[in-house]
Write a protein that binds this ligand. Sequence first.
Ligand code: A3D
Length: 311
Amino acid sequence: MARAKISLIGGGQIGGNLALLAAQKELGDVFIFDIPKAEGMVKGKALDLMQLRPHDGYDSNIYGTSNWEDLRDSDVFIVTAGIPRKPGMNREDLLATNLGIIKDVALNIKKHSPNAFVIIVSNPLDAMVYSFYKVSEFKKNMVVGMAGALDSARFRAFIAMEVDCSVQDVTCMVLGGHGDTMVPITRLGTVGGVPIKSLISPERLEEIVNRTRFAGGEIVKLFGNGSAFYAPAQSAIEMAESYLRDKKRVIPCASFCEGEFGINGYFIGVPSVIGRGGVEKILEFDLQDDERVALKNTLEAVKKTVSETQL
Ligand code: A3D
């Protein structure tokens, strides 16, 4: 059986880590793509990763390129092309620059790999994934945005830090857009099956929810230049792995809704089953009134950013 071909569009901070994780998990051969000006950088990263192979013993090949032809017939694309945030910027401030980039990327992916599964990471996420979908005209199940996986991982990490327990036993999900209006569903969070609401006071839980909402910004401020990359990379790899290995993991991600949770015609963070069919289904459940209001609020924020893409 041929190895899967994984193409990473953008070989910056997240792109480099995606390559490392994809190779270490032997998901397939990895192509790191960037603009011609950055071709030396991605070729260098690829070579460095090839030389890491004897330590880890993985057999994936890693290539760097700025030639779309090399990406022909890829199985999966993970798109991080664009610029990241600087302190004081919100994700929407990236819209104009990253929109131009995503349109170019969408047309090239459509031309070279029309059957691929595409995971968008570039910000502002909800608008980027929507633009990619519209320009590429891919089927809705083959395009997805990475955000909920990261937001949920951040929420889980903070809960584990608070309870002082293994993060493995913390289950929580964050729905909605990838911005300050995201919706952590605290009601369904558990630690080893015990509801988090029985372990953490409402006031403290509210602080944790707020830290989760602004977790990306907290890191941007600490870095001073650029945004988080380790956890974002791992979140996208989890989604790629679920597709390539048909694991059917349930991952909160920005999927195209057609009536689910009362949302129509937008990509928004919802619990999604990812398997060989791409986003195979969305797991819908009854929301409480406050959650419904919060989801409506986040949808308005997504609609506003999407409307600015003028597609
Ligand atoms: P960075 O290290 O700057 O890498 C971006 C790369 O994209 C650079 O190497 C650029 O040269 C490259 N690039 C620019 N234009 C093109 C193009 N047309 N084709 C191919 N490559 C191009 O940024 P990063 O890796 O830290 O972040 C990448 C993106 O992910 C940014 O938009 C971030 O805001 C976003 N991000 C999203 C999340 C989510 O949870 C959704 C989290 C963290 C970062």
